[in-house]
Design a protein around this ligand. Structure first.
Ligand code: UT7
Length: 329
């Protein structure tokens, strides 16, 4: 049994936060943000939760898959901005909103690599015949965990959700070729919400130090990300005997235009192969890859059989890559 990517869907909240808006909030400039990150706008939730957005993305993915909702036998949601601290999982909230009961549902915490971890999980469950139709979601309301008085992070992040249906197939042509995931916890404090977990429970002091928000060693993270992603992507191509000319689209996690373009140029990918959405959406962590694939789909650029090369890097550190043909029914 193999696993195939059947469909994609995404949702972004309507409110847009521009670089000009951020100029009014912190000491920054449109010029600095554009030059250092490539970001111009990001979408921000007003009254929607992570699971609200995940559900909307999921409904699109389900409808486009041609697979009946009731045939879904597992829900996996990657997020670092869950509706509730600890429990219930955002996947359970999405299951409730989709009216899908008696289906296993759980979250994955792998930061910006979350969607690739969810893809690896779906593939493993399908290949081991423990599931047939898995709904995977990357959904983030990062604006709820971003400190809008910290100019080094608040300019980067946005909200949104993406979802996909991964299904069993016996046709090897349709199969996900490979997924690679990895982590190195020695970098745990490079990208971290230091307070309000059980390590430093929420109290006045943690709140005063704004430790419930994202803190990042940006420049150090940048360097490790470029180096790690370049070798990770080279490895997955080499291992599977696939050349860059076989790739229809390179869909990297959208953290920073400078990171994704450095990796793309190291691999000598052509401009038209590289999917860029960071300018519109900023960094939406686990949602960025499915949102980018959805942009391709809605632009009518994604055809059956197109081979996608995915890569991501995030807090933990975690990273991963995948070779995935688009395989609608
Ligand atoms: O998605 C998960 C993985 N995340 C990433 O991979 C993100 C990785 N990091 C980055 O994308 C970049 O490091 C940033 C965009 C966060 C920062 O860019 P940078 O080129 O690494 O800048 P920097 O941190 O070295 O800061 C350069 C200068 C500093 O000023 P001084 O010390 O040179 O006087 C900062 O204080 O830019 C200053 N700065 C800003 N200036 C205007 C930092 N943030 C801002 C800002 N506006 N928003």
């Amino acid at each position: 049994m193999y696993a195939a990517l059947r469909s994609i869907g995404a949702y972004v909240p309507p409110k847009i936060l521009t670089n000009k808006d951020l100029e009014q909030m912190v000491d920054t400039s449109d010029e600095w943000i554009t030059k250092r990150t490539g970001i111009k706008t990001r979408h921000i939730c007003e009254d929607e939760s992570t699971s609200d957005m995940g559900t909307k993305a999921a409904l699109k993915a389900i409808e486009r898959s041609g697979i009946p909702k009731d045939a879904i036998d597992m829900i996996v949601c990657a997020t670092i901005s869950p509706d509730y601290f600890c429990m219930p999982s955002t996947a359970c909230m999405i299951a409730k909103k989709l009216d899908l009961s008696h289906v296993p549902a759980f979250d994955i915490s792998a930061a910006c690599t979350g969607f690739i971890y969810a893809l690896a999980t779906a593939k493993a469950f399908i290949e081991s015949k423990m599931a047939r139709n898995v709904l995977i979601i990357g959904a983030e309301r990062l604006s709820a965990i971003v400190d809008y008085s910290d100019r080094t992070t608040c300019i980067l992040f946005g909200d949104g959700a993406g979802a996909a249906i991964v299904s069993a197939t016996e046709d090897k042509q349709e199969a996900i070729v490979d997924v690679h995931i990895e982590a190195d916890g020695k970098y745990y404090d490079y990208l971290i919400t230091p307070g309000c977990g059980t390590n430093k429970p929420c109290d006045e002091e943690t709140l005063k130090r704004r430790e419930c928000f994202i803190h990042m060693k940006g420049n150090e993270t940048f360097k490790v990300a470029v180096k790690t992603l370049t070798s990770d992507v080279r490895d997955i191509l080499e291992k599977n005997g696939i050349g860059t000319e076989d790739i229809a689209y390179f869909v990297p996690h959208q953290a920073n235009y400078r990171i994704l373009s450095a990796v793309a140029s190291a691999l000598k990918l052509k401009e038209e192969q590289v999917v860029v959405t960071v300018d519109k959406y900023g960094n939406t962590s686990s949602a960025s890859i499915p949102m980018a694939i959805n942009d391709l789909y809605e632009a009518g650029k994604l055809s059956k059989g197109d081979l996608l090369l995915l890569d991501a890097f995030g807090g933990g550190f975690t990273w991963g890559s995948a070779l995935v043909p688009f395989a609608p029914l």
